[in-house]
Design a protein around this ligand. Structure first.
Ligand code: CDP
Length: 228
């Protein structure tokens, strides 16, 4: 039997476990995994390097015309190229999170990134994670999840992640920044972080990573069995 290769959208706030779950679910299904946040992060790296004010529309439009953001799909996950340079590490620097959030609120940026995301996902067989996948990028995705977890749990995950990369984070600061970024992502006019009406809500604090992937997989399986 030939299985239909569907589009799976995973949205949710920072460090809710989207990326890990999306990547592992994609591996299990032999689907492509696309980390859309990484694309906004690459734009933020470009803006920082160019030293532009991201509220300056003219400068932003000019910057966008000069940059090429590419996502390479490898066994290990997504490799992000900015004008053919691998920026997969640079996009994870702590100051890039806030800049990515700010730049992603700009219409011209979203238009360009959403177009690329639709091109990469249009044939199906893809798991995308982000903030607006089930609402804006692929509102017709066959399967949508909205992943959540309490702020403290998410901040603790990001704190440990930063420590493991050799940074010396202060927990209170990580927590405050995450709170601010969630509020900015949720309250912006354009493609705010909001669950699609037909999204399945999952709280990642209730599960280990393996359990979490199993939960998502079961939903996928049920859908496919029902002949989606
Ligand atoms: O990994 P983390 O959850 O901290 O963030 P991310 O998924 O890499 O996204 C970084 C920022 O990009 C977010 O704070 C959002 O403002 C923005 N973003 C977005 O607007 N739309 C998406 N589809 C993905 C990310």
């Amino acid at each position: 039997m030939i299985m239909k290769r569907i589009i799976i959208a995973i949205d949710g706030p920072a460090a809710s476990g989207k990326s890990t779950a999306a990547k592992l679910l994609a591996q299990k299904l032999r689907y492509i995994y696309l980390d859309t946040g990484a694309m906004y992060r690459a734009c933020a790296v470009a803006a920082k390097r160019a030293g532009i004010d991201i509220l300056d529309q003219t400068a932003l439009v000019e910057l966008l015309s000069k940059i090429d953001v590419k996502v390479l799909f490898t066994e290990a996950g997504n490799v992000i190229h900015l004008n053919d340079e691998d920026v997969s590490q640079a996009i994870r620097e702590p100051d890039i999170s806030n800049l990515a959030s700010a730049i992603s609120a700009q219409k011209v940026v979203r238009e360009k990134m959403v177009q690329l995301q639709r091109e990469m996902g249009r044939n199906g067989g893809v798991v995308l994670d982000g903030r607006d996948i089930g609402t804006v990028v692929f509102p017709n995705a066959e399967l949508k999840f909205f992943l959540v977890a309490p702020l403290e749990v998410r901040a603790q995950r990001r704190f440990l992640e930063l420590q493991s990369k050799g940074h010396q984070p202060v927990f209170e600061q990580v927590l405050q920044e995450m709170r601010k970024r969630d509020a900015a992502d949720s309250s912006r006019d354009l493609a705010p972080l909001v669950a699609a009406e037909d999204a399945i809500h999952v709280d990642s604090k209730d599960y280990s990573i393996e359990e979490m992937v199993e939960v998502l997989y079961r939903h996928y399986h049920k859908l496919v069995e029902a002949g989606c």
